[in-house]
Write a protein that binds this ligand. Structure first.
Ligand SMILES: Cc1cc2nc3c(=O)[nH]c(=O)nc-3n(C[C@H](O)[C@H](O)[C@H](O)COP(=O)(O)OP(=O)(O)OC[C@H]3O[C@@H](n4cnc5c(N)ncnc54)[C@H](O)[C@@H]3O)c2cc1C
Length: 592
């Protein structure tokens, strides 16, 4: 059997990948398509008719919707069969996250329950804890929530003040403290709570039943968006938690919290696709109905530009989401064989792809913000009316840049984690960079006469990676360990890494589509526009970084190399975007 090459997290920076080694959405099988359809049917039959009511604060109705989705098996997608779930692959889990993502507030409640509310126990719980709780969470008999954030501890999550101590009889831990911004707080039955023992440096994690005396739930926050999702403070006043409910070991809580956030970021990257697709569909439908100056607004070039750009960004994000999902599946399989425990193997594989998780989170949330914003704009004044779905979509989209680690924190994580993994020896980023530095005066763009369409794209992407290596190496040489405090430069490097990863995923997807289905000029249009834009973004980010860290003589050399390596052929962007928009306009929905 042919084995697939799986790269380590961040290794894409120094490696080439073959299109046959990535998974693309066009490869979903019949069963996956049926599961996806079940999600869509559920949203249409149960969620959309109830959105207004849940947005008015009907907590019980939201809980009932979650339970109903549980009856259809949608709460157990990520849970192995022995704990009452359906043990689906990570690709399928991401597909479900994508489809439910069109469900507005329901989607947030659903993702919080199935993800951060359930999976800490599945991944880190012992057999007894899994049997007592995961089996109930998988069916909706219990609804879960995740309590990490505190008034004084947000991004700096390990600085929380909630504390735990052992009771005198040694049978309970007594928890005191306050959590805030807790999704599903209003109706959750079970909480994963992070707290510190005495003067411990790091958090521990506990499973707490909401019915325990001393747990007090505050009223729901009044929020900008996702108003149907319950978000509240939770107070813990001498709450007695049986010692059997310590999750993992004492002091393991911070690791649990961070690992679960990697999972949350990946799923958010998929979830926003569903919301974005809905916004695009709303946009094109409106543009195909609304007339001004005697014609449909979808005939205007400026509107076509917006519609095409919405499509390009969504299609590119999808490519990255399913590429990494399959990598995770493969690593999970390998780790399951090695360690035997499905829960631990899953979270190890997910945590391994920390760089890509942060990329999906940032790219996905900003892709959705762009699409939701343009959806409002395409609707003109009507986009500002609370009667329209795009108004809700615009408000709901915004949270994605804030939770699961803010985008500022995740941007830092992308470049910092990649560099740390490289220093640990996972891949030779600095060795490759050193080689490039040695020939800095002689760098060429590597073009050759007989390049095919894809040879050229792969060369461009390879050149963008060289720019990243040069900037990373230059910045590390200049700032050494202090680079982490030069956040602006870190962000420049992250920007290049993110854009390049997404463009590469898109290029490999388009190549594979053509290998499977034959020529696809529209997919090439999407790729042409995307790579052209990525070249400009990489060039700008590189120059911004270089002028911020390099002395004059080396700056000049690095700038010259960047100009050479970011050179790409011109594209008739107007015509390419018009062709993409015309297909969307003709189909009257996103069907790419
Ligand atoms: C609707 C909603 C639902 C939520 N659900 C949950 C939940 O279920 N469970 C839970 O535990 N939490 C939840 N949260 C909390 C959420 O995860 C935090 O709000 C988030 O992590 C940011 O923390 P903060 O709000 O304290 O912002 P802060 O950490 O105070 O950040 C403020 C600003 O400073 C920036 N910043 C902070 N540190 C740095 C740094 N080192 N470098 C650069 N910039 C920095 C941030 O990016 C941000 O722009 C939810 C929040 C909301 C709004």
């Amino acid at each position: 059997m042919e084995t697939r090459k799986i790269l380590k997290s961040g290794e894409f920076l120094i490696s080439e990948v073959d299109s046959k080694d990535i998974f693309i959405p066009e490869e979903f099988n019949e069963e996956q398509r049926m599961i996806a359809q079940t999600c869509t049917d559920f949203l249409e039959a149960e969620v959309y008719p109830n959105l207004v009511a849940v947005e008015k604060g009907d907590r019980e109705l939201m809980k009932a919707l979650l339970k109903k989705s549980g009856e259809l098996g949608l709460l157990g997608i990520s849970i192995p069969e022995e704990y009452g779930g359906f043990g689906q692959s990570f690709v399928t889990q991401m597909l479900v996250a994508e489809k439910t993502g069109a469900g507005s507030s329901f989607s947030v409640a659903y993702m919080a329950h199935c993800g951060i509310g359930t999976l800490p126990i599945m991944y880190y719980g012992n057999e007894d804890q899994r049997q007592r709780y995961v089996t109930k969470l998988a069916t909706g008999e219990m609804i879960g929530a995740y309590c990490l954030t505190e008034p004084g501890a947000g991004s700096d999550a390990n600085s929380g003040k909630t504390n735990a101590r052992l009771s005198e009889d040694g049978k309970h831990y007594i928890i005191n403290g306050q959590k805030m911004w807790i999704t599903n707080a209003g109706f959750a039955d079970l909480l994963v709570v992070f707290a510190k023992f005495g003067n411990d440096r790091v958090l521990s994690a506990f499973i707490v039943e909401t019915a325990s005396p001393g747990v007090v739930i505050g009223p729901d926050e009044h929020k900008m968006g996702i108003r149907g999702s319950s978000t509240a403070q939770i107070f813990f006043n001498d709450v007695k938690v049986p010692v059997e409910n310590l999750l993992g070991k004492r002091g393991e809580g911070f690791r649990i919290a961070l690992s679960i956030l990697h999972m949350g970021r990946l799923k958010l990257g998929a979830n926003v696709i569903g919301a974005a697709r809905k916004a695009i569909n709303d946009s094109v439908k409106y543009a195909n109905e609304r007339k001004q100056f005697g014609v449909l607004i979808s005939t205007f070039g400026a509107i076509k530009h917006k519609l095409a750009e919405q499509v390009i960004r969504l299609f590119a994000s999808e490519s990255a989401v399913y590429r990494v999902s399959r990598d995770i599946d493969d690593l999970m399989e390998k780790l399951k064989t090695d360690c035997g425990d499905k829960g631990r193997a899953s979270i190890e594989a997910i945590s391994h792809y920390a760089v890509e998780a942060a990329i999906l989170k940032v790219v996905g949330s900003e892709m959705l913000d762009f699409i939701a914003d343009e959806a409002v704009q395409i609707h003109g004044g009507m986009g500002y009316s609370a009667e329209m779905d795009v108004e809700r979509g615009y408000r709901d989209a915004r949270i994605n840049r804030i939770f699961e680690g803010t985008n500022e924190i995740n941007r830092l994580l992308v470049s910092d984690t990649a560099m740390k993994r490289a220093m640990k020896g996972d891949f030779d980023l600095f060795g490759e960079a050193e080689k490039l530095y040695a020939i800095l005066d002689d760098i060429t763009d590597g073009r050759s006469e007989d390049e095919t369409y894809y040879d050229k794209k792969i060369r461009y992407l390879g050149n963008f990676k060289k720019i990243i290596l040069l900037c990373t190496h230059g910045a590390v040489k200049e700032f050494e360990k202090g680079l982490i405090y030069e956040q602006e430069v870190m962000n420049n490097i992250t920007e290049m890494m993110m854009e390049t990863y997404v463009s590469e995923s898109l290029a490999l997807r388009v190549k594979k589509i053509e290998e499977i289905k034959g020529s696809s000029p529209l997919c090439r249009d999407i790729l042409d526009v995307n790579i052209y834009e990525t070249a400009q973004l990489v060039r700008k980010s590189a120059l911004d970084a270089i002028y911020s860290f390099a002395s004059d003589d080396i700056a000049e050399k690095l700038v010259t190399a960047t100009e050479t390596l970011s050179k790409v052929d011109g594209v008739n962007l107007k015509n390419a975007r018009r062709r993409i928009a015309d297909k969307l306009i003709e189909d009257n929905e996103y069907r790419f």
